[in-house]
Design a protein around this ligand. Structure first.
Ligand code: HEM
Ligand code: MG
Length: 331
């Protein structure tokens, strides 16, 4: 049975994380990297296995130890992603592309396709990756990063901060509505799109720097080079989505939805949870998204899914969302 996730760090103070035990190493053939600049970087420094193939517990440990992501949110992100993109039979997930390195797969319609998969984890309106419609949803994209730079110059005096995050999120949504005929931004991706907007400001600034302003040098180091800046210290004290309210406030008029008939046909999806409905997100994620991938599991597969769903629920509650638990595969 899959082991439980680790608890919080005993000491979450700032410290050197680009240390001699965690040197940067370039990718070897077959190593997996994907759409998440944090996981990519942690893998390049050995906090996550350098292959990019990891267990949920290894990922939770790495994002806590390397970047100081708060425990309940780390568990929530990890198990919701793992349930969709990981292999419950081997307890392994690729942080990039689908690969045989995660072992023999459970039966279809399960996909076990890694973080690159365009589904309820990876989604549209990323800051430095293109929408899947344009072909590559996981590689660093210089044009999009130039836009990140332009917004940081315009709204942050050359640095990335919460104000920039809010303006860039607003722009990226409009940009996709106008240019991506298959644009969609609904739960659960909706939630990560808003959370990820503040992640660079919360986690990519050196822990000794209390300005709240992310330099574009640091940003490029994580987003493109998958490398800690020289002598990087993790932030002081664990957090998760601090600052997100600023992003949500500027985008208060946005409702989850999609382009129904090509560009500029944005249509609200009333079945999607809104940002104010985390328990609708939880219930629909379990009963729809997971049930679609695993309609009728049996034996060890059912057992593993049930336990991972339990870990997801515990993380949901620990993160402050007191939702009623649902049991798609019985008790
Ligand atoms: C994307 C940061 C942890 C999975 C992103 C993005 C950022 C980010 C900034 C957006 C990239 C962009 O828009 O160009 C972080 C930080 C983390 C963290 C700072 C921890 C401190 C995790 C964890 C998971 C995860 C634990 C799941 C196991 C993803 C996925 C995407 C992503 C699937 C792609 C979503 C998309 O933009 O389409 N992450 N992340 N991340 N992250 Fe992470
Ligand atoms: Mg994306």
């Amino acid at each position: 049975a899959p082991p439980p996730p680790p608890g919080p760090l005993a000491d979450d103070s700032s410290k050197l994380v680009y240390d001699s035990a965690h040197p940067y190493q370039a990718l070897r053939p077959g190593d997996q990297r994907g759409p998440c600049p944090a996981l990519n970087t942690l893998a390049s420094h050995g906090y996550i296995p350098r292959t990019g193939i990891a267990t949920p517990a290894q990922i939770v440990t790495a994002v806590q130890e390397g970047l100081n992501l708060e425990n309940s949110f780390a568990r929530f992100l990890t198990y919701s992603t793992f349930l969709v993109n990981g292999n419950p039979l081997t307890n392994l997930m690729s942080i990039g592309d689908k690969t045989s390195a995660t072992g023999p797969n459970p039966p279809k319609p399960a996909t076990v396709s890694g973080l690159d998969t365009h589904n309820n984890c990876e989604g549209d309106t990323s800051m430095t990756r293109e929408d899947a419609f344009f072909g590559d949803n996981h590689s660093f994209n210089e044009d999009r990063f130039q836009n990140f730079i332009n917004f940081s110059n315009k709204y942050g005096a050359g640095k990335y901060n919460y104000t920039v995050a809010a303006q860039l999120r607003k722009f990226l949504i409009q940009d996709s509505i106008q240019n991506n005929p298959q644009f969609t931004l609904v739960s659960p991706r909706l939630f990560t799109a808003f959370a990820e907007s503040v992640f660079p400001a919360n986690f990519f600034i050196d822990g000794r720097d209390k300005s709240g302003q992310l330099s574009l040098t640091n940003a490029r180091s994580f987003f493109q080079n998958m490398m800690f800046p020289p002598n990087f210290y993790r932030r002081d004290g664990a957090v998760s989505t601090t600052g997100q309210d600023i992003v949500i406030n500027l985008n208060a008029n946005f409702k989850p939805g999609f382009n129904a008939k090509g560009v500029n046909t944005f249509t609200v999806d009333p079945t999607s949870a809104t940002l104010a409905q985390p328990c609708v997100r939880y219930v629909n994620f379990v009963n729809n998204n997971i049930k679609e991938l695993y309609p009728n599991p049996t034996g060890t597969l059912k057992q593993a899914l049930t336990i991972n769903l339990q870990y997801l629920y515990e993380a949901t509650v620990a993160a402050g969302d007191n939702c009623t638990q649902v049991f798609p595969y019985g008790h």
